[in-house]
Design a protein around this ligand. Sequence first.
Ligand SMILES: CC(C)(COP(=O)(O)OP(=O)(O)OC[C@H]1O[C@@H](n2cnc3c(N)ncnc32)[C@H](O)[C@@H]1OP(=O)(O)O)[C@@H](O)C(=O)NCCC(=O)NCCS
Length: 249
Amino acid sequence: MPVDLEKILRPVDNPFAPYPPKVVALATGQPMVIRQVDRDDIPDLLPHVEPLLHHERDYYDVVAARVYSELLGHYKYRYQDQYVLVGQIDGHLAAIVNGRFVNKKLGMSLHTLAMHRGLRVGAHCFAAKMEYHIDIVGQDEVLVVAESPIGFRRWMIEYQLEKRYEVPHELGGVPSYALTRALFDKARGSLIVGKRPVSAALLNKAQAGILPPTDPPKAAPDFLAATRSVYDSTGTARIRKGKGGERHA
Ligand SMILES: CC(C)(COP(=O)(O)OP(=O)(O)OC[C@H]1O[C@@H](n2cnc3c(N)ncnc32)[C@H](O)[C@@H]1OP(=O)(O)O)[C@@H](O)C(=O)NCCC(=O)NCCS
């Protein structure tokens, strides 16, 4: 008897209320729209995550690799109860955040990836996902971990997250921290900001298409490139790892 294996492999998502879009005024005065995207939008996000796999600074490589895998898994129906929110400035992608609903009462924060530095776009989008779990879905708490020192400063320290060290987090099995409803309430109006409804003009612009990040994180300039080019008449040498792990052109 033929078996439709896809029916077994594909998890069936539980119904959760959608995240209502909001707009946050950034320090520059620019409005950033934060909204939920659908599975069908994932192919528009992946090309902007991929280059960050090779960006070693601030743990972008680790986080981008994990986000890529989670988004692809979500797109191909290999992830249970995942949601994805994006921050867009004038249509351009500024940040991606995702998470998962473990059950009705417990949320699992997955990742925050800022694609425009220095404006707290990551912090605002992280706040939006906490809002999704606590205010919109009505969960009691969200398990959080940090992969980078900046993440630790932004989440554990700014929100004063509680230790849940006895609970291994889904991200690498490391000890968890928790954002509780009480901590969320304390952060309302300071860390958690934004307005609803989003004006039709702003929302239409955001929904019209996910435009590329305007100033994505890039590798620092290589000031020695000119010196090395003396030995590279073709001008095509790339930095690569030597046998001993040292880098040379
Ligand atoms: C963690 C993260 C989401 C925070 O995003 P954010 O709130 O928008 O903050 P930024 O990354 O722009 O800035 C964080 C700090 O780095 C500084 N910074 C570092 N590089 C910078 C750059 N190129 N331009 C501007 N600021 C920079 C900022 O001044 C800021 O300092 P502050 O904390 O005193 O305000 C973001 O740094 C990120 O995506 N990092 C890589 C992935 C990651 O670690 N994700 C979280 C996993 S727990």
